[in-house]
Write a protein that binds this ligand. Sequence first.
Ligand SMILES: Nc1ncnc2c1ncn2[C@@H]1O[C@H](COP(=O)(O)OP(=O)(O)OP(=O)(O)O)[C@@H](O)[C@H]1O
Ligand SMILES: [Mg+2]
Length: 288
Amino acid sequence: MAFQIPESGDAVEDLTKTLGASGGDPRILAVANQKGGVGKTTTAVNLATALAAIRKKVLIIDLDPQGNASTGLGVERAMRKETTYSLLVGDARIAEAIVPTMVPGLSVVPSSVDLSGAELELIDVPRREFRLKSALADVSGDFDYILIDCPPALGLLTLNAFCAAHAVLVPLQCEFYALEGLSHLVKTVDRIKRAFNPALEIQGVVLTMYDRRNNLSDMVAADVRDHFGDKVYQTVIPRNVRVSEAPSFGKPVLLYDWRCAGSQAYIHLAGEVLKQERSLNLERRLSA
Ligand SMILES: Nc1ncnc2c1ncn2[C@@H]1O[C@H](COP(=O)(O)OP(=O)(O)OP(=O)(O)O)[C@@H](O)[C@H]1O
Ligand SMILES: [Mg+2]
């Protein structure tokens, strides 16, 4: 199926207003939460697709040995010659590892199960936290956005993502234990900011799998907004069966069914991220 950009609706109008918001070096965002199954990969894949739909050049780095982002983008295991593992251990340059996807403007560096061994293999390597950052330096200028899909752990892989990124995007599932572990994530970001990457910041928190029939979702959303204030995106990603079906077809939900509530939410999220980038750029210029 050809990639279709939505032609009408509020989400599209919002996005059209924000077209052309970035430029220059890529903005690198780590999509991270050490909690498993909260929507990191879904957010990385679909936010990237929504950004590509408005003609941003986007690269996803699949930094999870599970390889869900690669699979969800239709990159079969046989197509994964050079991977994030090859980058981290220095077996390949990033240009050899980038694979185009069916979404125009969206590419991916796929992962493989070897990546689960990288942590041990790099144990004695100097500056092992900066392996990904060095690899990404080779593509600056080629992309507007680089989204790193992190594994559900705060080990060396996520540490590499935090050292390479400008900011961390945190998907948070609307469930009872949502905030559990989040203070640990925030502390980790602070520690990395102090030790390795002074510019690192939390870009924002995105609430995922929101179920409007469930009061708990509202309570969790209110709680998270109390804690994180305007860091929490207004856009909430609803629990939507189309979102969960799409990866088994090797497609982002925006390609599988762009009209569904989940796709529309990711389009809105992309609009919010671009608006946020515009005001951050302005702040940076004013303080320079
Ligand atoms: N908005 C949604 N509505 C319905 N299902 C969803 C939604 N978002 C994610 N899912 C499903 O929930 C599961 C977990 O999502 P996902 O893989 O994105 O989480 P993750 O944080 O990347 O997981 P992991 O920690 O294992 O990497 C997947 O089966 C996905 O299809
Ligand atoms: Mg994942």
